[in-house]
Design a protein around this ligand. Structure first.
Ligand SMILES: [Zn+2]
Length: 425
């Protein structure tokens, strides 16, 4: 080895220099301006987050949330041609959503792009002129099969109707995938912090991943590298915006261990499937049902932190107990929760929702966020006691004592100290 770079080393090849976009004015000539909250989509402008043509970009970050890193890996590995443009033929939503008046209120929606599902049509002219505009929302149809729903039919709590619930025990749904698109001034306002402080924290806490956060105050929109949301709608999607149609809804935060694998330390899957049963029943009774599922694993602390907390809970003196439930999380993570329900109602406003008649959730944080954003909530539906796994009593009793909705008695400190979970075996 001579220390000389090989002739094909990328850094020395012409046109392969890294170009930083962190300096104002550089390459901004072709970027469409964004006017967040404008009622007319053309006045609002398309979100251009692709890296195909840097001069057209008008946001910080890139598409697909955390999967953007896999896209980079695919380019690096030579599996994906840099600059590939999506062929959007036949990708338009199966069911139209909006526009709703909430879309034109920059206070109501700050963390998703209300026009993200319909770029194929509303920004057709931009697409024709060569702008690489990607949908950040996709709307499709599916049938979902769940053993709990099959069981509900067997126990005659549900009955197939051939429309909402089919004869093979599957439920017909419209499902919607939503990627985060943050309008930074609005996000900052939602949390009561200055935009400068928000930008600085995002820059520093991602290890300086997005220099434009601090150098490009002219770019107000950020595509954060985080998970998004999936919505499952039972019944006619258009009814969501009609406050006279009974809406049954659950806003659920991801818990892979329980939701998918049936881990019994929490109530996540039983509550989720109970909510789906309520949604199906509600839609069959002439209403509409909605599950809004957010990728905020382990209270948005992530699974590693979550599993560390499980160990800390079960190994502490006296074993796993409800009176120390929140303390153990705080010891490991520094906080009890990072889900920030403040942004969660955006997707409800995107759907045009003004009233949730039956909220299948006991969370006071979710309830406060929804009602605080101007959506009325009627009845609150708690998880039936019979669906709480034995080892999840610690969690549910601690949450009820901390303010979760219950129609029963709130446990005292002595009660909490007596609620014990299983050990590590
Ligand atoms: Zn869980």
């Amino acid at each position: 080895m001579t220390g000389e770079p090989p002739p094909d080393k990328p850094a020395s090849a012409p046109g392969k220099h890294i170009r930083l976009t962190s300096h104002p004015g550089q390459g901004a000539s072709g970027a469409p301006p964004l006017q967040w909250g404008a009622a007319d989509p053309l006045a609002r402008g398309p979100v251009v987050g692709s890296t195909t043509n840097r001069s057209q970009r008008n946001v910080i970050g890139s598409h697909s949330g955390s999967y953007g890193v896999y896209r980079a890996l695919a380019v690096a590995a030579g599996n994906l041609v840099k600059g590939h443009r999506a062929d959007l033929t036949n990708t338009a939503p199966t069911d139209p959503v909006g526009p709703h008046p909430q879309w034109a209120d920059p206070q109501k929606i700050v963390s998703i792009d209300p026009w993200g599902a319909s770029v194929q049509t509303v920004f057709a002219d931009f697409l024709e002129r060569g702008y690489d505009i990607r949908p950040t929302i996709a709307v499709t149809k599916a049938h979902i099969h769940l053993p709990e729903i099959r069981q509900a039919i067997a126990f005659q709590r549900l009955k197939p109707d051939g429309r909402i619930l089919l004869d093979d025990a599957s439920a017909a749904v419209t499902k919607i995938a939503v990627e985060p698109v943050w309008w930074l001034p609005g996000v900052a306002q939602r949390f009561g912090v200055s935009e400068a402080d928000l930008r600085r924290a995002l820059f520093e806490e991602t290890g300086g991943m997005y220099p434009e956060l601090v150098t490009r105050s002219d770019l107000e929109v950020f595509l954060p590298p985080i998970g998004g949301q999936t919505l499952y709608v039972f019944g006619d999607l258009r009814h969501l915006a009609d406050p006279t149609v009974t809406l049954t809804a659950r806003v659920h935060d991801e818990c892979n261990g329980s939701d998918v694998f049936g881990s019994d330390i929490c109530t996540c899957r039983p509550y989720l499937t109970h909510a789906i049963e309520e949604c199906i029943q509600g839609a069959q009774d002439g209403g509409v049902g909605l599950i809004a599922y957010s990728r905020k694993e382990g209270r948005a602390l992530g699974e590693v932190t979550k599993f560390l907390v499980y160990n800390a809970r079960k190994r502490q003196e006296g074993g796993d107990r409800a009176d120390k439930y929140f303390l153990r999380t705080e010891c490991v993570a520094g906080v009890q929760d990072m889900r920030f329900q403040e942004l969660m109602p955006d997707v409800l406003h995107w759907l045009g929702i003004r009233r949730i008649h039956r909220l299948v959730s006991m969370s006071n944080d979710k309830y406060d966020a929804i009602t605080g954003s101007g959506i009325e909530v009627g009845e609150r539906i708690k998880i039936p006691d019979a669906l709480v796994p034995a080892d999840a009593k610690v969690e549910i009793e601690a949450k009820i004592a901390a303010g979760y909705f219950t129609d029963g008695a709130v446990p005292t400190e002595a009660d909490l100290a007596a609620v014990k979970g299983r050990g590590l075996e």
